[in-house]
Design a protein around this ligand. Structure first.
Ligand SMILES: [Zn+2]
Length: 236
């Protein structure tokens, strides 16, 4: 098969379906050809942060499939990505739907403007882990047992790692962002809470708000390194 290896061309990697969204859109993961992945990179659990999908896609498209060493989910919330909403098609914030001990049934609130009030309500789901996307992500993680998960979000401009790991420190140094122990507010039922309870190291990579060309210049080399094994020696 001819692979274009151009970040502006089509995506020629073969994805594997690991579930489907509430509306029946396949959830796809891109996997290494020759090894089991040690790192899982995931974009767009919030569908209104889809710049993370574009950046990861560009990195993936710029490499031969044989170079890929990590698992990559370009959109964990395809229904939300298609219509530009934070939530899935059922109005659920998937990043508040994971069955962690701190999951709550009350509505969750978010802000969509810097400095604005955190007053936009969304559902955390009818029960913890109620959504098909949440269930599929949990199933995939059980199957591939990553040693590190990097979940991409926007636009808090920080590397959130409660462990302040060596990898987080290096990502922060290279991207000129700060390592923080949390995002500064409660996140019940978040993917990060669930991963922490399962003792899976997770870094929440919050992109800054920058023009696309600058995001690409600063972050694509770093994200590409996360995909191609550059950081594997630092994993426990
Ligand atoms: Zn987010």
């Amino acid at each position: 098969m001819v692979v274009s290896c151009s970040e502006i061309g089509p995506l020629n990697h073969a994805g594997h379906t690991f579930g489907s969204s509430l509306k029946g859109v396949p959830l796809e993961v891109f996997l290494p050809v020759e090894q089991s992945p040690k790192i899982l990179l995931m974009a767009s659990i919030h569908g209104d942060e889809s710049i993370s999908t574009v950046l990861l896609s560009e990195c993936l498209r710029s490499m031969e499939p044989s170079v890929l060493k990590s698992a990559v989910i370009l959109s964990a919330n395809p229904d939300g990505t298609l219509v530009g909403t934070r939530c899935n098609a059922g109005g659920v914030d998937l990043n508040r739907n994971f069955p962690s001990q701190n999951w709550v049934a009350d509505p969750v609130f978010y802000r969509n403007r810097k400095g604005g009030p955190q007053d936009i309500p969304l559902s955390p789901g009818s029960s913890a882990g109620s959504e098909p996307e949440t269930q599929a992500i949990m199933g995939l993680i059980d199957k591939i047992s990553p040693k590190l998960i990097v979940s991409l979000h926007g636009f808090l401009n920080c590397i959130d790692d409660p462990q302040s790991s060596t990898i987080a420190m290096d990502l922060a140094r290279r991207t000129n962002m700060e390592v923080v122990p949390d995002v500064g507010y409660e996140t019940p039922g978040s993917f990060g809470s669930w991963c922490a309870e399962k003792q899976i190291p997770i870094i929440t990579y919050e992109l800054p708000f920058l023009p696309m060309d600058e995001l690409r210049k600063i972050h694509n080399p770093v994200l590409s390194d996360l995909m191609t094994g550059h950081y594997e020696a630092l994993l426990g």
